[in-house]
Ligand binder design. Structure first.
Ligand SMILES: [Zn+2]
Length: 300
């Protein structure tokens, strides 16, 4: 099943649905970050929700960053998605394997933790990004995003995100769905949407059965009007230039220490693990630019 996001409306336009298949995207995150099942499920759920949010972006360069700090063993989770469907993410601790004793399922809520926040930052190319912060509800991610939409965007939503992992730790199936009520939805529409949410099976199970995003929507809303198909894929856009700009921002004395004591440095991308080496000469150039900028600002 190919990864993609499908956007539809239903119930005479009163409900918007976004459904995603993200198995390949989450598997790529797992391989690059050498993730264990519970860390992988937590990150996969966050990245899937992030991708579903970003599928609303009109500008391909706009991006949405999601940060979750639940104080559980997984640590912080960071994910970023843009208007082209590129998604990347990582967790502080990729090697958490926790399951519930009651049913043997991966215990994402315990691994993420509940004593913290979900932060969504939308960079739409305006001067200031829009940022919304809510307290985590269960750490299971889907509930937390539903709460975010209700509180921060005043949009009643049903959110389902899930990742199934094979015994060899590879990703078996991943996907998600947002069902959102448009403002002033009539009482019977709200009831119909709630009924669909109650009878909905986990999206990851539907993906595992071979259903695509459109079929997942049609199973819930047979009258759905499909509006758009959008790509979604893992992609890290890091580059040596990007890290050079980062190095140019650190303190001059730290740069000098890297030059004089270490004779170079290595930076590692936290998202994809790619390493970039900087020689002593390259660091000196960065330092030079640093000093030029400082001189200019002091003259101004
Ligand atoms: Zn990278």
């Amino acid at each position: 099943m190919k990864d993609e996001i499908v956007i539809a409306d239903a119930l005479n336009g009163a409900v918007r649905i976004h459904a995603a298949v993200t198995t390949a995207m989450v598997e790529q995150a797992r391989l690059l970050n050498e993730m264990y099942p519970t860390s992988c499920a937590a990150l996969g759920r966050v990245m899937t929700a992030n991708a579903l949010m970003a599928s609303d972006l009109k500008d391909p360069n706009a991006r949405i960053t999601v940060r979750i700090d639940g104080k559980g063993p997984v640590g912080s989770i960071l994910s970023q998605a843009d208007g082209r469907g590129n998604v990347k993410g990582f967790t502080d601790n990729p090697q958490v394997y926790l399951f519930r004793n009651s049913d043997g399922k991966l215990d994402v809520g315990q691994a993420v933790g509940r004593n913290g926040t979900l932060t969504v930052s939308k960079d739409l190319g305006l001067r200031e990004p829009f940022t919304g912060v809510v307290n985590l509800q269960t750490g299971e991610i889907g509930d937390d995003f539903a709460y975010y939409f209700a509180v921060s965007e005043q949009t009643p939503s049903v959110v389902g995100v899930g990742v199934l992992v094979n015994t060899d730790y590879s990703v078996k199936a991943a996907g998600g769905i947002f069902i959102q009520l448009l403002p002033n939805a009539a009482e019977e529409i709200i009831e119909a949407a709630e009924m669909a949410a109650k009878t909905m099976r986990p999206v990851s199970a539907s993906v595992d059965r071979g259903m695509n995003a459109e079929e997942i929507i049609r199973e819930l809303f047979p009258d759905a009007n499909i509006m758009d198909h959008r790509p979604v894929q893992w992609n890290c856009d890091c580059s040596k230039d990007h890290f050079a700009r980062g190095l140019a921002l650190i303190h001059e004395k730290d740069l000098l220490a890297m030059i004089e004591e270490d004779h170079g440095c290595e930076t590692v991308c936290q998202y994809c693990g790619r390493k970039y080496q900087f020689t002593e000469e390259e660091l000196k150039e960065i330092l030079q630019r640093h000093q030029n900028v400082e001189n200019r600002t002091s003259i101004d």
